[in-house]
Design a protein around this ligand. Structure first.
Ligand SMILES: [Fe+2]
Ligand SMILES: [Fe+2]
Length: 327
């Protein structure tokens, strides 16, 4: 991104970030009132912990293979939080050294909430007895070491578009694993996925609001950023996911196929998220923008229909893949 554009971005970020305390208190929960992973797990200091673990394992025994695989993939995605925090810390306008009371506070407070997700799911899977934890941990370490390539650069506009999209995508997938857990007779796991899903929705609302505020002051540039992100396609944060002996990214493809087969996160969800963002940000009715932005707006408004036509032609592999993560 060139210097002049970077300077403009910085100015907008300072403007949008003026009310950071308000944004933090509106979209994040006070730490002392927030749920913690332990609230949903057997207490090992209690005498009945062995019975509780046994019941937990019994309630996981009949969870289908693909379902466990998706839960593991979701967990690893959450556990790669260091990648997301360090990436956001480097975005233009997020300056922890010279402006420690600015956007870096948001990034840290958001990370602190997110950290509970991987923590809770990891502990649950460990207790479930269904998972080869070592193989899962190897994948987690690989994913953090490999990082990601989300095409946002250091641009706050592209990054907030990305996080708006991503928080909605994780809301959908955790919500669906919650519904399925109930269907498979595991209300406890359903509750766990449900509380995580509601965090993701709160975060989505925050990032959508940041974008909305940017749109008010810099609509042309925001539209160009959105156009660029959608042309590149929003890649999932775990797109480099792998296992021992598997090429980088190949495990992600299998994980994503399993999610499609189960209906936890599908191409259709991708399109619906895009549609919901176009409505939410009122992209179709944006006026007084430059010519390039007008073209971007029109491209974006026509995109969902185009993606639907392509989606009709793509087929999900029926053949199940054998993950090293599952015993
Ligand atoms: Fe999360
Ligand atoms: Fe999230």
């Amino acid at each position: 991104m060139d210097t002049a554009l970077s300077a403009e971005r910085l100015e907008v970020m300072q403007h949008v970030g003026k009310d950071l305390d308000g944004l933090i208190s509106e979209y994040l929960k006070p730490i002392d009132e927030n749920w913690q992973p332990t609230d949903f797990l057997p207490d090992f200091s209690k005498e009945n912990f062995a019975t509780e673990v046994k019941l937990l394992q019994e309630s996981c025994r009949d969870l289908p293979y693909d379902y466990i695989a998706v839960l593991i993939g979701d967990t690893i995605t959450e556990e790669a939080l260091p990648t997301y925090e360090s990436w956001l810390m480097d975005v233009i306008g997020v300056d922890q050294v010279d402006n420690p009371s600015g956007w870096s506070r948001w990034v840290r407070a958001w990370t602190a909430e997110e950290n509970r997700h991987g923590d809770l799911l990891n502990k649950y899977l460990y207790l479930s007895g269904r998972v080869n934890m070592r193989a899962m941990e190897v994948s987690t370490q690989y994913l953090i070491a490999d990082g990601f390539d989300i095409g946002t650069d250091r641009d706050p506009y592209r990054n907030f578009i990305y996080t708006s999209f991503q928080e909605l995508a994780t809301n959908v997938s955790h919500r669906r694993t919650a519904t399925l857990a109930k269907k498979f007779g595991n209300p406890h796991l359903s509750k766990i996925c449900g509380v995580i899903a509601s965090d993701e929705m709160r975060h989505a609302k925050a990032y959508k609001e940041f974008v909305r505020r940017i749109l008010l002051v810099d609509p042309s540039e925001l539209l160009l950023a959105l156009d660029d992100m959608m042309r590149k396609k929003i890649v999932m944060p775990a797109h480099f996911l792998r296992e021992t002996g598997v090429k980088m990214g190949d495990t992600f493809a299998h994980f994503s196929d399993a999610a499609q087969r189960l209906g936890v996160y599908t191409t259709n969800d991708y399109i619906e998220i895009l549609e919901s963002l176009l409505v939410e940000w009122e992209i179709g009715s944006i006026r007084d923008i430059n010519e390039r932005a007008e073209k971007a707006r029109d491209y974006l408004m026509a995109l969902p229909a185009r993606l639907k036509r392509i989606a009709e032609r793509t087929r999900v592999p029926e053949l199940a893949y054998e993950f090293s993560w599952i015993k």
